[in-house]
Ligand binder design. Structure first.
Ligand SMILES: Cc1ncc(COP(=O)(O)O)c(C=O)c1O
Length: 403
């Protein structure tokens, strides 16, 4: 590895990232290849961006074709790649209106603004996120994010924002009322440790929306777009949000996000009230059309559901074998969390040494977000190595994971 690359990184960048000690040369399918000739099975796929894996020929072709036409036009122009992708998204989701952004956090900001415009007409102001949530790094998104790790030192946050306990029905009942503008939630929390909203909480939230007329805003940035075996994560819970936010895999690796709204909010924005210079970049949208086609029509979403269920069943088996090491296995499809009884980072480091990349989140959770084209063989490689590593670690004294 060219150590100077890492030295220069330390020299030039604000120290916000703890980078992996890998110098990646290229990727292919579910694998990454480092410059020193090693091969890695990537089970966190660009943190849920690389749903189609690496070096996907159709994505590459779409990008090359579009960049030869135009890489950028301002949003003064109607752009064919944007309209094509919008039409596909509306057809796939049933949400009649959308707006393209560059990132997840910008899409959350846009969703907040759409909700506020709507709320002005309906006399509603208060927006709530859930505990342990993550919605992005900009100030609006941070106001709804709850985890101290991301918020500390950035106060003050947006007025009229607050939090409700995750899956805490009583807190929900006591908090929302006729002044509530909306509740923003990840139905399956990502950064928080792959925490799944309970059916009871979802039913209660739906009922309280009926009662008080607020908006439900679904953050589908990580769990959406086929990852859980359904197009949206919220489909597992029988609740349909009024506004839905997507990003991560949408642009096939290029920066692209969107927020979509139902009939209730369809008229909330008017000419000039929101905009972006780069959002909806035509090259990203051209890639996005391929992403949607592969997810919906070429079986990737189905594969994510089926292979993900296999992965989960194998991990459940492992949990049965070593309950002293694995506290819980949760998630849907290709979004799986393995909660350990100890710090997950050393396990993830050892996996990396053995050629498997996974992510450690919320101290003791191994988070898996593999490309949706993962196979059962890939799952077996992972569970075999994990079993071996956990067996080795089980012989060492337990250190309780500090939250
Ligand atoms: C659920 C969720 N919301 C919002 C974001 C922010 O997206 P971005 O990093 O593209 O701004 C993320 C990113 O990890 C996310 O997982």
């Amino acid at each position: 590895m060219a150590s100077s690359l890492f030295d220069k990184e330390h020299q030039f960048f604000f120290p916000t990232y703890k980078r992996l000690t890998l110098d990646i040369e290229r990727g292919e399918g579910c694998y990454l290849y480092s410059r020193d000739g090693k091969k890695y099975l990537d089970l966190f796929g660009g943190l849920a961006v690389n749903s189609l894996g690496y070096n996907h020929p159709r994505v590459n072709d779409a990008i090359v074709n579009q960049l030869k036409k135009y890489i950028h036009l301002s949003n003064f122009f109607v752009q064919e790649p944007q309209v094509t992708l919008a039409e596909k998204l509306v057809a796939a989701t049933g949400y009649p209106k959308l707006f393209f952004t560059n990132s997840g956090t910008e899409a959350i900001e846009g969703a907040i603004k759409l909700a506020r415009k709507w709320g002005k007409k309906h006399g509603k102001k208060d927006l709530f996120g859930l505990s342990n949530s993550f919605h992005g790094r900009t100030m609006g998104a941070l106001s709804l994010t709850e985890r101290a790790k991301y918020r500390d030192g950035y106060e003050p946050f947006l007025p009229h924002t607050g939090h409700i306990g995750f899956n805490d029905r009583e807190d929900l009942q006591h908090t929302v009322n006729e002044h509530t503008l909306g509740v923003v939630l990840e139905f399956i929390q990502g950064e928080g440790g792959v925490n799944v909203v309970s059916k009871e909480f979802a039913v209660e939230l739906n009922a309280l929306r009926e009662k008080f007329g607020f908006l439900i805003i679904g953050d589908e940035i990580q769990c959406g777009l086929g990852r859980t075996g359904k197009f949206f994560g919220f489909e597992h819970f029988g609740v349909r949000p009024d506004i839905v936010v997507i990003a991560k895999p949408l642009g096939g690796g290029l920066p692209l996000g969107a927020f979509l709204g139902n009939e209730r909010v369809a008229e909330a924005f008017s000419y000039g009230v929101h905009g972006t210079t780069f959002g909806g970049n035509p090259v990203a949208c051209a890639a996005g059309a391929v992403v949607l086609d592969e997810i919906i029509n070429k079986g990737l979403m189905k594969n994510a559901g089926e292979v993900g269920a296999y992965l989960k069943s194998q991990l459940e088996r492992l949990r049965g074998e070593m309950p002293e090491m694995i506290a819980d296995v949760r998630g849907y499809g290709c979004m799986v969390g393995v909660e350990l009884t100890r710090d997950s980072q050393p396990i993830v480091d050892e996996l990396q040494r053995r050629g498997i990349l996974a992510n450690s989140t919320n101290v003791n959770v191994i988070r898996l977000l593999p490309p949706l084209l993962i196979t059962q063989e890939h799952c077996d490689i992972f569970t075999t190595e994990l079993r071996s590593i956990l067996t080795k670690f089980a012989q060492q004294p337990v250190q309780a994971a500090a939250k």
